[in-house]
Design a protein. Structure first.
Length: 653
C-alpha cells in the first residue's frame, strides 16, 4: 500500500518523466544535424613518431587505412592541393566487404575557412578497418596532406601512410543515447522524490545542480569544443605570460608565436576529437619546434580583465606541466568555479526570484559555457548578481549600503564595464537603491560619483584602445560609424529587418540550438524546452497577479523597477546590435551580422523579475520550494539531460 500511495503522490513526476523520455527518443532517432566530425589520425597513433607531408596521388592510386569507429559517412573532409581542375576517384572498402566507388570533379569543390575540402559520400560503412583508395584521373599535381608513422609498415614492407582527414557522420547508434537519457532522468526523478518531503535551501539545490551539470559538461565536451575556443585560449595564454596589451604586426593584425599542433588549424574554432586530445596530452606549449605565428585579432580586443582567472591558473599550471590539454582544462575548471561562486552569491543575496537561478543552472545553453574560457557566461553572472544586489537593497529594510554590500557596489559595475561594455546599461539599476540606504545624502552622491567614474573611465579607455586597433585593420569601422552618425533614422529599418530575418535563429540559439559548434543539436528538443519555460513563466505571471502578500504587492506596484529594467534591456539590445554592426557588418548591408543568441543570456534574470515580480513569494528570503516549482524544475532538468544525451552522441560515441 505504501508503494501505491507513493506512486499516486509522485504521479505528476512520473508522467512528466515519461513524456520527456518519449520526446527525447523521438528527437534522438533523427540524425543530430548530420554534422558529427571525427579527426584522423585517431586512437592508437603516437603523434611523437609521425611526420606530416604532401602525398602525391597518381593514376595508380594511393591507399590509406583508417580505424573507423563512427557510423554512416555523410562527408569526408580532406586537405588537398592541385594545380588545375580535373577528376579523381575515391574507393571506400569497409571491414565487411562493402565497397563504394565515386568520381569527383575538383571544379565543383571548395575549401572552407580551415582549408578543408568536403566531398559527399552518403554511404553506410561497417565499423572497423576502413580502406580509402584515391586515384588520380585527370587532376594536375593532386596531393593530399598525410603522414607516415615511424616503424609502421604496410603489407609490402613500405612506410604506411595515414591521411589527415575528418568525417561528418550521417546517422548514429541510438541504444547508448536511450540508456544514457533514461538512466539520468530516472536518477533525477528519484532525487526529486527524496527531496519532496524535505526542506532544502535554494542555495544548496543550486550548487547540486550546477556541479552535476558542470561535471556532465566536462565529461561530454572535448577540449576546445566551444565557439572561438582557439582564440580565447590564445588571449588568456598570452596574458598569462605577461602579454597584456595587444600589439599590431606589419599587417595590422594581432598575433604572437604559440606552440600549436599543425593539424588543428589556426582559426577561431578548433575541432579536436577525444582521441586526438588523448594523443596530444604530452604536447609541450614551450616546444620551440612547434611554434607558429597565429593571429587572434577579434578576441585580443577583449579587456585583459576578461581572461584574468583562466590566465592566472594557466600560469600556475605551467609550474607543474606544459601539456596544452591540461593547461586548457585547468583554465576552464577555474573559470567554471569562479562563475559558480558569483551565481551562488546572486542566489544568496536575491530577496526573491531565487528559483530562477535554479533553472538557469540547468539551461541547455549553460552546458556549453560551463567548459568555456569565454567571458560570456561570466558577464551574465555579473548582471544577475548586480540585479540581486539592487533588489536586496531596495526591498530589504534591514539591508544597508555598508561593508560587503558597498564593496560589491564598486566591484560589480567595474567588472561589467571591463567584460562587456555594452552591458554597462544595467548599471542604471543602481539608481533604484533608495538614498536612505546610505549614511547620508552626501555619502550617496559621493559613492554614486565614485562608482560611475570607476565603471565608465576604465571601460572607455579600453574601448578607445580596441576601437583604434579595430579601425586600423579589422573592419571599416569609420565607414559604419558614419552610417549610424549621419543616418540614424536609416539605421532603425536595419535593426527591424535584422529582427525580422534572424529573430527565430536568435531565439533558438538562446535556448540551446547552437550548443554544438557544428550545428549538431536537434531543434525539436529546443522547442520542448521553450514550451516548458513558457508554461513555467506563464504560471508565475499568473501567481504574481494573484499574490496579495505584502512584498508581492510592493514589487508589483513598483513602476520604477519596471521602467529601469525595461530601459536597461532596450539600451543593451541596441548597443549589442550596434557594436556588431560596426565590427562585422559591411556598410550598406540591410541587416546586422555577428549577433548570436547567447548575447541575450544576461537578460534572463532581470526580465523574469520584470515579468513575474515576486511571483509566489510571501516574504523576503522565503525558502519553501513549492511542489509545482519542483515539477517545473524537474521537467527542465529532464530536457537538459536529453540535450546531454545528444551531445554525448556527438562528442563521445
Amino acid at each position: 500500500m505504501k508503494i501505491v500511495s507513493s506512486l499516486k503522490e509522485n504521479l505528476g513526476y512520473i508522467v512528466v518523466s515519461f513524456i520527456v523520455l518519449i520526446f527525447s527518443f523521438l528527437t534522438i532517432k533523427g540524425s543530430v544535424g548530420g554534422n558529427l566530425e571525427y579527426s584522423f589520425p585517431a586512437e592508437g597513433v603516437d603523434y611523437s613518431t609521425i611526420s606530416w607531408g604532401e602525398v602525391p596521388i597518381d593514376e595508380n592510386g594511393q591507399e590509406f587505412n583508417v580505424d573507423y569507429k563512427a557510423w554512416d559517412i555523410g562527408q569526408i573532409g580532406l586537405r588537398m592541393s592541385y594545380e588545375g581542375d580535373g577528376e579523381f576517384e575515391l574507393t571506400v572498402k569497409d571491414s565487411k566487404g562493402g565497397e563504394f566507388v565515386r568520381a569527383y570533379d575538383t571544379s565543383g569543390l571548395e575549401a572552407d575557412d580551415e582549408d578543408v575540402t568536403w566531398i559527399d559520400v552518403d554511404r553506410h560503412v561497417a565499423a572497423g578497418n576502413l580502406k580509402l583508395v584515391f586515384k588520380n584521373i585527370s587532376v594536375n599535381g593532386l596531393k593530399l596532406i598525410g603522414y607516415s608513422q615511424e616503424g609502421v609498415l604496410d603489407e609490402n614492407g613500405n612506410a604506411a601512410f595515414g591521411l589527415n582527414m575528418q568525417v561528418r557522420a550521417a546517422s548514429f547508434p541510438k541504444v547508448k543515447a536511450y540508456v544514457f537519457s533514461t538512466v539520468w532522468i530516472l536518477i533525477v526523478l528519484a532525487g526529486f522524490m527524496v527531496l519532496r518531503n524535505r526542506d532544502i535551501s535554494y542555495e544548496r539545490l543550486f550548487l547540486a545542480l550546477y556541479i552535476t551539470m558542470g561535471v556532465l559538461a566536462f565529461m561530454v565536451f572535448t577540449p576546445f569544443a566551444e565557439p572561438d575556443s582557439g582564440n580565447h585560449y590564445r588571449r588568456a595564454y598570452a596574458i598569462s605570460e605577461g602579454d597584456v596589451f595587444p600589439e599590431l604586426d606589419e599587417n595590422n593584425a594581432i598575433g604572437r608565436p604559440f606552440a600549436w599542433p599543425s593539424t588543428w588549424g589556426t582559426g577561431d574554432g578548433v575541432s579536436v576529437s577525444r582521441y586526438e586530445a588523448r594523443n596530444r596530452m604530452g604536447f609541450d606549449v614551450k616546444d620551440a619546434a612547434n611554434m607558429q605565428y597565429i593571429t587572434y585579432t577579434n578576441i585580443a580586443l577583449y579587456s585583459p580583465v576578461c581572461h584574468t582567472v583562466p590566465a592566472l591558473f594557466m600560469a600556475i599550471t605551467r609550474l607543474f606541466t606544459h601539456s596544452i590539454i591540461v593547461i586548457e582544462m585547468v583554465a576552464k575548471i577555474a573559470n567554471f568555479i569562479a562563475i559558480g561562486a558569483i551565481l551562488y552569491l546572486g542566489i544568496k543575496i536575491s530577496p526573491f526570484g531565487k528559483e530562477y537561478f535554479l533553472w538557469m543552472a540547468v539551461h541547455p545553453f549553460m552546458m556549453k559555457q560551463y567548459t568555456s574560457i569565454s567571458p560570456d557566461l561570466m558577464t551574465a553572472a555579473l548582471v544577475y548578481l548586480l540585479t540581486a544586489l539592487v533588489l536586496r537593497l531596495r526591498y530589504d529594510e534591514k539591508a544597508y549600503a555598508k561593508k560587503g554590500y558597498l564593496v560589491a557596489l564598486y566591484i560589480i559595475p567595474f567588472l561589467l564595464g571591463q567584460f562587456k561594455i555594452v552591458y554597462v546599461a544595467f548599471c542604471l539599476l543602481l539608481f533604484l537603491i533608495p538614498m536612505d540606504k546610505f549614511e547620508s545624502k552626501k555619502s550617496y552622491f559621493t559613492h554614486a560619483t565614485a562608482i560611475g567614474l570607476l565603471t565608465v573611465v576604465p571601460a572607455l579607455v579600453w574601448f578607445k584602445i580596441s576601437s583604434h586597433i579595430l579601425s586600423l585593420g579589422y573592419s571599416d569601422i569609420n565607414a559604419t560609424n558614419r552610417v549610424i552618425a549621419m543616418n540614424p533614422v536609416k539605421y532603425i529599418p536595419i535593426l527591424l529587418n535584422t529582427f525580422r530575418t534572424k529573430g527565430y535563429d536568435y531565439i533558438m540559439q538562446f535556448f540551446g540550438s547552437a550548443l554544438v559548434f557544428k550545428d549538431g543539436t536537434n531543434d525539436a528538443v529546443v522547442l520542448i524546452f521553450i514550451m516548458l519555460v513558457a508554461a513555467y513563466v506563464s504560471r508565475n505571471i499568473y501567481m504574481n497577479r494573484h499574490n496579495e502578500a505584502e512584498i508581492a504587492v510592493k514589487v508589483r506596484n513598483d513602476a520604477a523597477l519596471k521602467v529601469f529594467i525595461a530601459v536597461a534591456v532596450a539600451i543593451t539590445t541596441v548597443l549589442i546590435f550596434t557594436a556588431e554592426y560596426v565590427q562585422w557588418t559591411d556598410p550598406g548591408a540591410s541587416s546586422v551580422n555577428g549577433v548570436h543568441g547567447r548575447y541575450f543570456f544576461p537578460f534572463i534574470f532581470p526580465l523574469l523579475i520584470l515579468l513575474t515580480g515576486a511571483s509566489g513569494t510571501t516574504e523576503i528570503d522565503g525558502e519553501a520550494l513549492e511542489e509545482s516549482s519542483r515539477k517545473s524544475l524537474f521537467s527542465l532538468v529532464s530536457v537538459t539531460l536529453c540535450f546531454v544525451a545528444q551531445l554525448y552522441i556527438v562528442y563521445q560515441l
